[in-house]
Design a protein around this ligand. Sequence first.
Ligand code: C2O
Ligand code: CU
Ligand code: CU
Length: 461
Amino acid sequence: MAGISRRELLLGSTATLAAFAAGGLLSRQAQAAAHSLTLARIRHSVLPGTITENMMSFAPDGPPPVLRFKKGQATSIDVRNGLDEASVVHWHGLRIANGMDGVPYLTQLPIEAGQQFRYQFTPPDAGTFWYHPHCNTLEQMARGLTGVLVVEEDEDPGFDQDLPLNIRDFRLGGDGQFIDLFKPRNAARGGTYGTVSTVNWKVAPHYELAAGSLVRLRLAVTDVTRVGTYDITGGDAQLIALDSNPLPRPIPAKDVVLSPGQRADIALRVPDDESGTVSLHLKRPNGDKELAVFLPRGQSARRDLRELKPLAPNPVPEPDLANAEVLDFVFGWSPEGGAPQASICGSLGYTFWSINRIAWAGDLPGPFDPLATLRLGKSYILRFRNETPNAHPIHLHGVSFRLLRSNKRQLAPLVTDTALLLENETMEVALVADNPGDWAFHCHVIEHQKTGLAGFLRIAE
Ligand code: C2O
Ligand code: CU
Ligand code: CU
């Protein structure tokens, strides 16, 4: 208000009025969300020569956008639901306030068709994350609602380019149209696989990259089912982070196992020569599948992987193992196997799985009991016991945990939000219960999640 006299205010000179008008406009713009997403049904060409009807995206005109936030910076996202059904958006891996976590009834009401919801949070960690609905989750994700979310480090590690790769399958027939999104007999086993593998909604896309440059590949496996082994050949590639947490030191990006929900950050040194093709592929017993190709272009930039600054660890608290309480979780078959209740967030119509002998009843108003209540600020060891002959990527919202040990294999002491629990494996992980609220806890094979293998942990004072 400096510079405006009382007289000017009273008389309302045109200059003063203009200044007020501009100020008003600015403050209204400042109130607009930093990001916006519109959920929409779209048609799009995935399989060359065809157009897939009834896809779902976070944009009305193409694949889900890559969202970019900055570590420690407040951000907001206006989500408009342009679908003809309810939805809700979850930010997978972000340790944010419970009310912004996007789980129907547990943290917010579903966003009804035509409605809008503003998410506001400050990402505490940097890395590669992703976002997806948590309502009618199988159908909405299967139709395309999975996007990559990047939280940038405070300090630029020094890459020439940053390339998010949204890796997933679609269940399409030869005509490019969706076929049955799942088969019940598969939901009761390993889950139903897609028929068309894609990266950023393209079949085996080619990316031209500056020769000799350093590129950060951000792999996000957003598929509803597939556990895969990923490999990069033809270039110098180092794995630098898993599930958004930097590795203590980079290792060669060979045979990287990623299950639904998991991410890998890979530092790629693009070959010097245009003939040096790099390929990302999925290893399979019956022959590898090429997912994406990277082509060096131009004069070599002659960069060196050693020029990259190491990524700083995220501020995840270290659990106090000596004083940690052990909580047991048994992942098993469903005791009764009755039909789940209908919900506006959808039901697959079957119950096959359970956690601690309880099958999740569905996305319903509840109230439901938590699988366990954790005291805020205390350390816990969660013991995951898999009684089933199938693998389950176990995911916990709101807090990250550290892998401790397994009865079947050597585990690297990684920090994650999603751990692949092998068939008949018992695994222990540890965490500090530092984020209050009701946190969804489920298998990320979505057919398992939606047929019972889900629940929540409560963190309370
Ligand atoms: Cu990817 Cu309940 O989460
Ligand atoms: Cu999540
Ligand atoms: Cu599972």
